[in-house]
Design a protein around this ligand. Structure first.
Ligand code: ADP
Ligand code: ADP
Length: 232
């Protein structure tokens, strides 16, 4: 994985007296090969920050770098390619294709981009995600936790610079959530991935190496090696 950072990041919705400053001057560094959680109350700017970092949304002003690429200077077409090949995404909903097997879902991004599958890397990711003999199964034959682990493997298969996860355990029971979070942590520690995760759940955030807190569009706290207690 690569590093990503933002400087003086501002995102304003609307204008004049009713303008909403979703991000109000954010400076942040996401180190390569670290698992960072972003927490904060509803409306504090978590999704906006993630979307601006991931090229899903354009900041009003400021600089965003992912690896060696400056997101703000990229054209729509370049952004789309960046999202497809250099970034990984995991959402609350698994977004798997029901007619494809788990293995086919995992390699779909590469197939769409007409890029070859690096078999050694595929095997490493699949081993780390712990899907074992479920690779030939279709999504409806898998539990929710297994489906989200397929989605995790799909996010990693292109060796992205950064994996962005938005409430990845929001639809899971706590046991399945633990398996997904343990995998994300392993993908960082064993495979060197960079992971940025938005969550409102302290237990989820405690799997990260670092927790950044947002409040009213600004950084309000930043702790290393969080435990369930230090987050609360
Ligand atoms: P969080 O993810 O922490 O809940 P968001 O980033 O979604 O916060 O939202 C930050 C602020 O920006 C909130 O006040 C929200 O209402 C506002 N906001 C988000 N998206 C839009 C939008 N498309 N149009 C107008 N306001 C928005
Ligand atoms: P495509 O044109 O193939 O849909 P996109 O560039 O639109 O590709 O999307 C790339 C990735 O970003 C996909 O994994 C998609 O799920 C995700 N994505 C796109 N738009 C949004 C959005 N508004 N919110 C969250 N994720 C999104």
């Amino acid at each position: 994985g690569a590093a990503a950072w933002a400087r003086a990041l501002v995102k304003t919705y609307g204008s004049g007296p009713t303008a909403v400053h979703a991000l109000d001057g954010v400076d942040i560094d996401f180190a390569a090969g670290k698992f960072t959680a972003i927490m904060g109350p509803s409306g504090s700017g978590k999704s906006t920050l993630m979307h601006c970092m991931a090229g899903l949304d354009t900041a009003t002003s400021g600089t965003v770098m992912v690896g060696a690429k400056e997101i703000g200077r990229m054209k729509q077409r370049e952004l789309t390619r960046l999202r497809r090949t250099d970034l990984g995404f995991i959402f609350q909903s698994f977004n798997l294709i029901p007619t494809l097997t788990a293995a086919e879902n995992i390699t779909l991004p590469l197939d769409i981009a007409r890029r070859p599958v690096d078999r050694a890397w595929f095997d490493e990711v699949v081993a780390a995600v712990g899907l074992g003999d479920r690779l030939k199964h279709k999504p409806d034959e898998l539990s929710g936790g297994q489906q989200q682990r397929v989605a995790c493997a799909r996010a990693l298969v292109s060796r992205p610079a950064v994996v962005f996860a938005d409430e990845p355990t929001g639809n899971l029971d706590s046991h399945s959530a633990g398996e997904v979070l343990a995998f994300l942590r392993r993908s960082v520690e064993d495979l060197g991935q960079t992971v940025v995760m938005v969550t409102h759940d302290p237990r989820s955030a405690s799997y990260a190496h670092r927790v950044v807190f947002l409040a009213d569009g600004r950084i309000a706290g930043d702790i290393a090696d969080p435990t369930h207690e230090t987050i609360l």
